[in-house]
Design a protein around this ligand. Structure first.
Ligand code: G6P
Length: 374
């Protein structure tokens, strides 16, 4: 039943639209609502015997490729905040190329939808040889990464067929947010923050359902962008990963050049590209970086940038300089969960761009769902 397209024309489309359900399945049985004497908390069965060791690690290293790497990047800030442990990021192939240092005191977290990606698997062997505690986050029970790690969490997003990963991405972020909650579970000072995030997780599927209503709006935007050569996506903080992942979707399926840009680096190069023709998506939803993004919008506008601003519902007036930008308004959720919401319009945009440009949505040229050779 999972592997037919149902009422949808393409698997990617179906997988984008089933995210309210896939996220519900990812969280099922893992969130504890709390009660009169019990605090709200998270239960990750596959990790419970290893949490103490993880809390004692000197460093947490996320390792993955493609969309899985981006999901880890989206979760990094909340993991740093709730665990207090330094979190570093490794693209699996680059870790191997450098033979980068991995220590016994490290927790290495391997993120992979398929659980079979050759580079990630080889990085796992390397981390095991170096004595790190290895944690797997995969969507595939019995996969090589699930089997060979010391412990782990399945994302339970259901089978993903489209080569471009969509529902696995959002489920991976949610699992890593739950990982952060579980690691930080013994810290009294962050209890209120953790409870707010848990409430946010309960509400998340409903909010994803709301943001999916932007489908037609994203189709209209795709019509405007159909003949473009390039699309830039600016993000920062929690949503730097959203910029990278949004650009990756556009690149891999719509076969349009697209680049995710860390907005804080704008003045160190990207600004030179800005003119009145190049379309630029700026992610400026409410969080601690909002005022910095407002200033980025002003600076891009001053250089006549062709802006498409993603903002929190009701914020259009605060992000539109001179009224010239196009705005995508999305529902607000807890800041660290906002990447789950913000990626959805960009998934829809990439999907519609692909269909309108006449390319194969589910099997983009030259790409494979699972890259099992190096
Ligand atoms: C391929 C797929 C991507 C995926 C990446 C990593 O490039 O096309 O969608 O993100 O591999 O795959 P993994 O299964 O390890 O998450």
């Amino acid at each position: 039943e999972q592997i037919n397209k149902g009422k949808y024309e393409h698997y990617m489309q179906k997988e984008i639209h089933e995210q309210p359900e896939s996220l519900t399945t990812t969280m099922r049985g893992r969130l504890i609502r709390g009660g009169s004497c019990k605090a709200k908390s998270v239960l990750l069965g596959g990790l419970k015997d290893h949490l103490k060791t993880i809390r004692r690690s000197r460093r947490i290293v996320f390792i993955g490729c493609g969309t899985s790497y981006n999901a880890a990047l989206a979760a990094r800030p909340i993991l740093e905040e709730l665990s207090g442990i330094p979190v570093t990021m490794e693209v699996a192939s680059d870790l191997l190329d450098r033979q980068g240092p991995i220590y016994r005191e490290d927790t290495a977290v391997f993120v992979s939808q398929s659980g079979e990606t050759a580079d990630t698997l080889q990085a796992l062997e390397y981390a095991l040889e170096n004595g790190a505690l290895c944690v797997g986050i995969t969507n595939t029970v019995g996969s090589a990464i699930a089997r060979n790690t010391h412990c782990g969490v399945h994302i339970n997003a259901g089978c993903e067929i489209g080569v471009a990963s969509t529902k696995a991405y959002t489920s991976q972020i949610v699992v890593m947010a739950m990982l952060a909650l579980a690691i930080g579970d013994d810290t009294i000072s962050s209890q209120a923050r953790r409870e707010a995030i848990i409430d946010g997780l309960f509400d998340l599927p409903g909010k994803v359902k709301e943001v999916l209503k932007l489908d037609q709006e994203m189709k209209d935007l795709a019509k405007l962008l159909i003949a473009e050569q390039s699309l830039l996506v600016f993000g920062r903080g929690y949503n730097y990963a959203t910029a990278l992942e949004g650009a990756l979707k556009v690149k891999e399926v719509a076969l349009m050049h697209s680049e995710g840009i860390l907005a804080g680096e704008m003045k160190h190069g990207p600004l030179a590209l800005v003119d009145e023709t190049l379309p630029i998506v700026v992610i400026a939803t409410r969080d601690a970086c909002f005022s910095k993004q407002q200033s980025v919008i002003q600076q891009l506008h001053a250089r006549k940038g062709r802006l498409i601003v993603m903002c929190t519902e009701g914020d259009a007036a605060s992000v539109c300089v001179g009224g010239s930008s196009r705005v995508i308004e999305v529902p607000r959720v807890e800041d660290c969960l906002q990447p789950v919401i913000n990626i959805v319009p960009l998934q829809l945009l990439a999907y519609h761009l692909t269909v309108l440009r006449g390319y194969n949505v589910d099997q983009p040229r030259n790409l494979a769902k699972s890259v099992t050779t190096q």
